[in-house]
Design a binder for this molecule. Structure first.
Ligand code: GLU
Length: 290
């Protein structure tokens, strides 16, 4: 993946974990893949803590991330950007999207959405399940305002159709493995950009921060492949550059199952505590040679 890349001083990559649990082998693989790309290209390597979900994320898991990555021999620039310290930045980005008319408030509960989807069995499905059926998209500005003024809980969703009317639907990105990829954001549809309980979402904060931090090369797992289709739309709307992407394979256990945070025995901490050395673990991960 990185083998053919020329050394560039303006090449910046990152690892951006969420501290909602202890890191496991899958994270080690992802972090090492990104670090390896950075080292080979003589690039800057950043660590970003994606803790916008302040109920699930815990400071002790952030500390564990620092410990685990250091154990793996990974070094990153300081200071580390901690997303929960920057909610105003994401609110500003959301404000820009509101001004452009490409987001709308969504008052639906999960139940409302399920009921709406149940009504039309042919409702389109994306990789993450059924696509939001657009219930709140046609609400008039007056109704939106009245319901917000009445204190009704609401998320903010991307109005993908309105967004594509601005960006055009010929968006692409350069992918290290797949070459030039044409974005098909319709697979995810009107994603949430600010949640009811959080003034942002993964999609908005990751796109904002990658641009702010000048990330030129994103190395992350294939599980985020579909998210990239939405991210290029947000980048175009907000005037941010689109980095080069490299979506790596996901590690699986001997049954072909993806590692998850709930697999306690496979956390890096448990592996370390069992006496396995970092070199041994890294060898067992069989990093793609690049
Ligand atoms: N924070 C995301 C996660 O832990 C990864 C974000 C990214 O690499 O774009 O899944």
């Amino acid at each position: 993946m990185s083998g053919g890349l020329a050394i560039q001083s303006d090449f910046v990559t990152r690892f951006a974990p969420s501290p909602s649990g202890l890191l496991h082998k899958g994270h080690a693989y992802s972090a090492l893949m990104a670090f390896q790309v950075a080292q080979r290209a003589g690039a800057r390597f950043l660590l970003r803590i994606e803790d916008i979900d302040t109920t699930r994320c815990k400071p002790e898991f952030t500390i564990a991330i620092y410990e685990d990555l250091a154990w793996l021999g990974i070094a990153w620039e300081k200071p580390v950007r901690i997303q929960s310290e920057h909610f105003e930045d994401y609110a500003t980005a959301l404000g820009r999207l509101k001004d452009m008319g490409v987001v709308y408030p969504c008052f639906c509960t999960r139940k409302d959405i399920q009921a709406e989807i149940a009504k039309s069995p042919s409702a389109p499905h994306g990789p993450d399940g059924p696509i939001y059926p657009g219930t709140c998209r046609p609400l008039s500005a007056d109704e939106q305002e009245a319901r917000i003024a009445a204190g009704e809980a609401h998320a903010w969703r991307l109005d993908l159709k309105a967004a594509l009317a601005i960006t055009g639907n010929q968006l692409t990105w350069q992918d290290e493995h797949k070459g030039l990829v044409k974005a098909t954001p319709e697979e995810l549809g009107d994603v949430v950009l600010a949640r009811k309980d959080t003034p942002t979402s993964y999609h908005l904060s990751v796109v904002h921060d990658d641009a702010l931090q000048g990330i030129t090369h994103i190395v992350r797992g294939e599980d985020l492949w579909h998210a990239t289709h939405i991210h290029v739309v947000l980048q175009k709307l907000l005037g941010y550059p689109t980095p080069t992407y490299s979506h790596h394979r996901l590690l699986t256990d001997e049954h072909g199952k993806r590692f998850a945070k709930r697999d306690k025995a496979l956390t890096l901490r448990a592996i370390r505590d069992s006496g396995v050395g970092a070199d041994e673990l890294i060898k067992s991960l069989r990093l793609d040679p690049g």
